[in-house]
Design a protein around this ligand. Structure first.
Ligand SMILES: [Zn+2]
Length: 59
């Protein structure tokens, strides 16, 4: 999926099996372009972007 910060598609999945990891949470991803670390959670049937680490802004 696209990076929600910069729109780049070169994201890397990070295998973090922290507490609370469940089928409703997608793997943590890191953007290869801006460094944003995020994952998507399903909240009440709606995907919600959970920013774990902010990425660089702009290009
Ligand atoms: Zn990005």
């Amino acid at each position: 999926m696209k990076c929600p910060n910069c729109g780049n598609r070169t994201s890397v999945e990070i295998d973090i099996h922290s507490e609370g990891f469940s089928a409703e949470e997608s793997p943590v991803k890191e953007c290869g372009e801006c460094g944003l670390v995020w994952r998507v959670r399903i909240v009440k049937g709606e995907p919600e972007i959970d920013i774990i680490k902010a990425g660089k802004k702009g290009k």
